[in-house]
Design a protein around this ligand. Structure first.
Ligand code: 3PG
Ligand code: MG
Length: 412
C-alpha cells in the first residue's frame, strides 16, 4: 500500500472514530407512563398472496415494543412497505399489523389518512391497551420528500420520537429524519443493538477481513464496494452485481441481469482497486440456463457464457474458492444472495456460502434486510454472530460509520 493510500485509509478510520455512535435509547427516557411514542420501524417485509412470508423484522422490533408497553407508553408505529408510487392496496400494512397483533397479543389498529381530523383524534387518544399502526407511510409523498410540514404533522401526534428502523436509517425521509427536528429523539433497542454490533468491525476488525456481496441492487452497492475496499482485505462478489463487474471487465454476459448503466462505474472501481491493498474477487464459474429457465442448468467458466443464456448462480469452483476465503478470515460480513434464490434450482451458491459462514471461526455478520433471513436453513442462521435487519443500511453504515437516521438521535 502506498503512502497516499495509507494516509487516505488512516483519515477514514479517524473520521469513523470521531463519529459519536453512542446514542440515547428509550432506556434514557425517565417517565414513559402515558406518553405517546412515534416509533418508526422497518416492517418492509415480503408478502406472498397478502400473507407475511418472513417476520424477522417484526420479531427483532419486539423488545422495543414490549419495553414501551411495560412502561405504560402509548405507541404509534410508522413503517413503509415496498416502493409504492402513491396509494397501492397491495402494499397495505394490514397483514403486518395482523402479524404484530398476534405476536404481542394486543390489538393493533391500522389508521390511514392520518391528517384527517377524525383519524388524528383517534391516534391522539389511542388507548393504552392497543397500538396504533399508521398505514404505509410511503403512500404519502411527504415521506420520501422529507417534507417539513409532513414531518411536523407526524411529530404533533407524539411526545417522543423513537427510531428502531435500522434497515431504513440510510434514507432521509420524514419518518426517519425530518420528524427528529420537532421531538426529543431516541434509539430503539434494535437500533442500538445494530449500532453496537456493526461498530465492532469498523473500530477493530480482526484480519483477514472478508466482505461478500451479492444481490441485484447494483447502483446502491457499487459506491459502497469502493469504500469497503479500504476497510476490508477482500471483497468477493456474487449475484447480479458480479455480472455487472464481469461485463465491465469485457466478458459477454449473454442475457444475464447486468446493470449496463453501472458498467462504467464498475470499471472505475476496478481501476481504483489496483491502487489499494485489498482484492476484489469475481466468480470463476457461474450456473447458466436460458432466459426462461427452461433448459437444464449447468456450470460454466465466467469467460465462456454464450450469448443466448443467463447467469443464475455462482458455480462450484467459485463456491470452493469463497469457502477458502471464509476459512481464512477472522471477520466476515455478507450481504445479498449469490443467485436467483427464489428459484430452488439456483439456491446452491447462497446456501453453500451460508453453510460455510455458519461454520466459520470468524466474527460473522450477515445482513440483507429481508432477503437472506428468508433462507430455509434456519439452523445455520442461529450460528451467525449478528444478523442485521439492514441490507443497504448495513453496507452504508460500514461505509460511513453512521447513517442519517442515527445522526438525528440525541447523543448519549
Ligand atoms: C430495505 O429493505 O432495504 C429497507 O427496508 C429500505 O427499503 P428501500 O430500499 O425501499 O428504501
Ligand atoms: Mg431490501
Amino acid at each position: 500500500m502506498g503512502l497516499y493510500q495509507s494516509l487516505d485509509r488512516l483519515g477514514k478510520l479517524y473520521r469513523w472514530k470521531n463519529i459519536n455512535m453512542k446514542k440515547k435509547t428509550i432506556k434514557n427516557i425517565s417517565n414513559l407512563k402515558g406518553k405517546s411514542i412515534f416509533l418508526t420501524a422497518d416492517f418492509n417485509i415480503s408478502l406472498r398472496n397478502g400473507q407475511v412470508v418472513n417476520d424477522a423484522r417484526i420479531v427483532e422490533t419486539l423488545p422495543t415494543i414490549k419495553y414501551l408497553i411495560e412502561k405504560g407508553a402509548r405507541i404509534i408505529i410508522a413503517s413503509h412497505l415496498g416502493r409504492p408510487t402513491g396509494y397501492d392496496p397491495k402494499l397495505s400494512l394490514r397483514p403486518v399489523a395482523k402479524r404484530l397483533s398476534h405476536l404481542i397479543s394486543k390489538k393493533v389498529r391500522l389508521i390511514d389518512k392520518f391528517w384527517d381530523k377524525k383519524a388524528f383524534d383517534k391516534i391522539k387518544n389511542v388507548f393504552s391497551d392497543e397500538i396504533v399502526m399508521l398505514e404505509n407511510i410511503r403512500f404519502y409523498k411527504g415521506e420520501e420528500e422529507n417534507n417539513r410540514e409532513f414531518a411536523k404533522h407526524l411529530a404533533s401526534i407524539a411526545d417522543f420520537f423513537v427510531n428502531d428502523a435500522f434497515g431504513t436509517a440510510h434514507r432521509v425521509h420524514a419518518s426517519t429524519v425530518g420528524i427528529a427536528e420537532f421531538l426529543p429523539s431516541f434509539a430503539g433497542l434494535l437500533m442500538s443493538k445494530e449500532i453496537e454490533m456493526l461498530s465492532v468491525p469498523l473500530e477493530k476488525p480482526k484480519r483477514p477481513f472478508l466482505v461478500i456481496i451479492g444481490g441485484a441492487k447494483t447502483p446502491e452497492k457499487i459506491a459502497v464496494i469502493e469504500k469497503l475496499l479500504d476497510l476490508a482485505d477482500t471483497v468477493a462478489l456474487g449475484g447480479a452485481i458480479a455480472n455487472t463487474f464481469l461485463a465491465a471487465w469485457g466478458f459477454g454476459m449473454g442475457r444475464s441481469l447486468v446493470d449496463y448503466e453501472m458498467v462504467e462505474m464498475a470499471r472505475v472501481v476496478f481501476w481504483k482497486t489496483t491502487k489499494k491493498h485489498s482484492a476484489l474477487i469475481l466468480p470463476q464459474d457461474v450456473v447458466i440456463s436460458d432466459k426462461e429457465r427452461k433448459t437444464r442448468h449447468k456450470a460454466i467458466d465466467y469467460d465462456k457464457v454464450p450469448h443466448n443464456v443467463a447467469i443464475y448462480d455462482i458455480g462450484p469452483k467459485t463456491c470452493n474458492q469463497y469457502a477458502e476465503l471464509i476459512n481464512e478470515a477472522k471477520t466476515i460480513i455478507w450481504n445479498g444472495p449469490m443467485g436467483l434464490y427464489e428459484d430452488a434450482r439456483f439456491t446452491k451458491g447462497t446456501d453453500y456460502i451460508l453453510k460455510c459462514i455458519a461454520g466459520a471461526k470468524a466474527l460473522t455478520i450477515v445482513g440483507g434486510g429481508d432477503t437472506l433471513t428468508s433462507i430455509k436453513t434456519q439452523s445455520y442462521l442461529k450460528k451467525i454472530d449478528h444478523i442485521s435487519t439492514g441490507g443497504g443500511a448495513m453496507l452504508t453504515f460500514l461505509e460511513k460509520g453512521t447513517l442519517p437516521g442515527i445522526e438525528v438521535l440525541q447523543d448519549a
